[in-house]
Design a protein around this ligand. Sequence first.
Ligand SMILES: [Zn+2]
Length: 65
Amino acid sequence: MQETALKGRKFTGSTRAPKTYSTSRSCSHKGCDTRLSQYNKREFCYSHAPTKYPRLRGRIVKAEA
Ligand SMILES: [Zn+2]
């Protein structure tokens, strides 16, 4: 006899819901009213995000000495 059924967790309809942060937050930048997504955990909008990397097409650009 073969055991075809795997024992384990049942599939329930409610899997983990996406994490939500507080609703209707806006950018922390002074004077900026850009709404942030509730799924976005950043505190700044895209234009005020502290770390901005230019598009490098996947290359690592070395600083030339
Ligand atoms: Zn902003």
